[in-house]
Ligand binder design. Structure first.
Ligand code: SF4
Length: 343
């Protein structure tokens, strides 16, 4: 995705009811090297029909947050605290309390919450056709015959812009181009009309021309299907294209969250400010100032004391930031930041 921030996204969904409430979620990994706090006390909410972007550098915990929601954390990891409440008309289900292999979470995966991956090959088996896999997913969640499921699959492939869906349905994933495979994966994810689609780096593995098409497609589908979208990316331009709200993560913490427009126009956390300054703007030529954030992300087992961003922070308050973890402060409606500057 080209690096330009459009500052769109607004509070158009703020009045909608909540779909997913994540409260104080912590997911750790355990190994001989020690304990890796991949997600460390993260809270956020996604409303029905809303698009939330989660951004941050590699290793900040954004993908593990998605894996925690789907209860697909790798075997050396565990959710050690918090709640993941999936709301419906009858109340809320805490996904953390479900058996990760049990029937309840299997019903929720795919039917209520679906996911598309950075690399479409990861979502498909190579030995079955696109149709076999999509039909199987449909029949797992809907009571319908093979023929009805095939009809739904063809309709969904058509809806995501797949040319000749009646023929493509019988193609094997490896026979499709990268862009077409991405569309097929989106079709499989959407075939059961999930309330929430999680897109993990949806444009990273496809080339620039396809990136724009995939973003446009996700935007159209989200609007037409009134579906909530959670976009995980390191690319703020993707978030500015798609999202109503943004959460920035750094070393497992939610350091800032706000409506997209507020965050892009008036970022508060020094890390967010640094991320935005490191994005080149289209049309401003070669002379523009692009400032990289100083230093590098510490190793996974070396969490700095106090504020974990303090070794890289240009606004560090000595003897405060390097000692005390900053509290989370609510600055304005739905604009929260973890930083001593605002405490
Ligand atoms: Fe920088 Fe201190 Fe704020 Fe951390 S708490 S981001 S070190 S000013």
């Amino acid at each position: 995705m080209n690096a330009v921030i459009h500052q769109q996204g607004a509070s158009r969904t703020s009045e909608k009811p909540p779909l997913l409430s994540v409260k104080d979620l912590s997911t750790y990994f355990f190994s001989r090297e020690g304990v890796l706090k991949a997600v460390d006390g993260v809270s956020f909410e996604i409303r029905r029909g809303e698009a939330l972007g989660i951004a941050g550098e590699s290793g900040c915990g954004k993908s593990v947050t998605a894996q925690s929601i789907l209860r697909l954390v790798p075997s050396n990891g565990r959710i050690v605290g918090g709640q993941i409440l999936l709301h419906d008309d009858g109340g809320a289900t805490d996904l953390v309390k479900l058996n990760w292999k049990g029937p309840e979470i299997r019903r929720i995966r795919g039917k209520e919450i679906a996911m598309i991956f950075q690399e479409p090959m990861a979502g498909f088996s190579m030995v079955y056709t696109i149709g076999n896999q999509t039909i199987e997913a449909i029949r797992l969640h809907q009571h319908c015959s093979q023929a009805e499921a095939r009809k739904i699959a063809i309709e969904t492939l058509g809806r995501v812009g797949m040319p000749k869906p009646e023929q493509t349905i019988d193609a094997y994933p490896y026979a499709l181009s990268g862009g077409m495979r991405q569309r097929a994966m989106i079709a499989m994810a959407l075939s059961c009309h999930p309330s929430l689609l999680i897109a993990d780096e949806p444009t990273t593995a496809v080339d620039v021309t396809i990136q724009a098409q995939v973003l446009e497609l996700l935007k159209d589908l989200q609007r037409d299907m009134s579906m909530a979208l959670m976009v995980i990316t390191h690319d703020l331009a993707v978030i500015s294209e798609l999202c109503d709200r943004v959460m920035i993560m750094y070393l497992g913490k939610d350091v800032e969250s706000a409506p997209a427009r507020a965050l892009f126009s008036d970022p508060k956390h020094p890390y967010t400010v640094g991320l935005l300054k490191s994005v080149p703007e289209l049309g401003r030529g070669r002379g523009q100032e692009i400032a990289a954030i100083s230093g590098s992300v510490p190793g996974p087992y070396e969490r700095p004391r106090g504020c974990s961003f303090h070794p890289r922070c240009p606004r560090l308050i000595q003897n405060v930031c390097d000692v005390e973890p900053p509290p989370q402060v609510e600055l304005a409606s739905s604009h929260r930041v973890r930083c001593h500057l605002y405490a």
